[in-house]
Design a protein around this ligand. Structure first.
Ligand code: HEM
Ligand SMILES: [Ca+2]
Length: 306
């Protein structure tokens, strides 16, 4: 059972310390807020929100989550998590878990980006293991069908409103060409691009991600406001300007119950912000370790004593 007051006597300034480090990091990296919220997502979908994503490979950690396909050369921001941890160890030694740092960093990142604030529930403890195969199977891939992605959310207790709201995190941050270039030239062996791609947006993307070009080139997930947390992502979907296949599918899958949710969020930013905050709380509640389970890691990259 998580609680909003978990650190109120042991680390009363925890939220402002987390926020301060992120604010500092944003000065030199406009993308870092997006990168940090993604870490919380990739942590929570694998063994619950237990900081398992943060463990480096080595010693008893034979196969890290960092090295799993959805994270390798993709998940970033680990150095900022370490800076937050160092700052917290200076103020409240041995008290705040790395799993809670990710939950707090996600909220601060959204709010600093112009999005909603919410009360973060706290008291998660850090796990002792990583689950690389779990990361490979439980985190949705951008080429999956909507039915598959929906099933992966349902597997952790999240419904289609959560799926649509949380996909709205693609209102900021970047994606490498390799995650969507299957849409640009020969979609599903048709010899043509994905028909749900807006034609001028398609031309831009083909230019930035040419055939035989580097798959690592970065693109804004939300071309209309790349670093701002707003509802433009949903307006983009209405214009066939979703970057990932899984983004556009939320609106372009015939008969899907997600369509009316996208329409609502595109027309009503307040409704999106409210739903997003609730869905972040729902995601943060996925199977936390509490009480005497796990530990409070002293270094987010390593299990204590290893
Ligand atoms: C619905 C299924 C989802 C899929 C298939 C998906 C897939 C992806 C992919 C492929 C990238 C680009 C990574 C790269 O280029 O290295 C990305 C980036 C991102 N994702 Fe998702 N994602 C999903 C849901 C979510 C959720 C639930 C959140 C958070 C609540 C989220 C937040 C982000 C953010 C903020 C970025 C940009 C990160 C950065 O710039 O470093 N995504 N996602
Ligand atoms: Ca945006």
């Amino acid at each position: 059972q998580l609680s909003s007051t978990f650190y109120s006597t042991t680390c009363p300034n925890v939220s402002s310390i987390v926020r301060g480090v992120i604010q500092q990091a944003l000065q030199s990296d406009a993308r870092i807020a997006a990168s940090l919220i993604r870490l919380h997502f990739h942590d929570c979908f694998v063994n619950g929100c237990d900081g398992s994503l943060l463990l480096d490979q080595g010693g008893n950690i034979t196969l890290s989550e960092k090295n799993a396909a959805p994270n390798n050369n993709s998940a970033r921001g680990f150095n900022v998590v370490d800076n937050i941890k160092t700052s917290l160890e200076n103020s409240c030694p041995g008290v705040v878990s790395c799993a809670d740092i990710l939950a707090l960093a996600a909220e601060a990142s959204v709010s600093l980006g112009g999005g909603p604030s919410w009360t973060v529930l706290l008291g998660r403890r850090d796990g002792l293991i990583a689950n690389q195969s779990g990361a490979n199977t439980s985190i949705p891939a951008p080429t999956e069908t909507l039915a598959n992605v929906t099933a992966k959310f349902a597997a952790v207790g999240l419904n289609i409103t959560d799926l649509v709201a949380l996909s709205g995190a693609h209102t900021f941050g970047r994606a490498q060409c390799r995650f969507f270039n299957q849409r640009l030239f020969n979609f599903s062996g048709t010899g043509s691009p994905d028909p749900t791609l807006n034609s001028s947006y398609l031309a831009t993307l083909q230019q930035n991600c040419p055939q035989n070009g580097s798959g690592n080139t970065l693109n804004n997930l939300d071309p209309s406001s790349p670093d701002t947390f707003d509802n433009n992502y949903f307006q983009n979907l209405l214009n066939n300007q979703g970057l990932l296949q899984t983004d556009q599918e939320l609106f372009s899958t015939n008969g899907s119950a997600t369509i009316s949710i996208v329409n609502n969020f595109a027309n009503n930013q307040t409704a999106f912000f409210q739903a997003f905050a609730q869905s972040m709380i729902n995601m943060g509640n996925i199977s936390p370790l509490t009480g005497s389970q796990g530990e409070i890691r002293l270094d987010c990259k390593k299990v204590n004593g290893s």
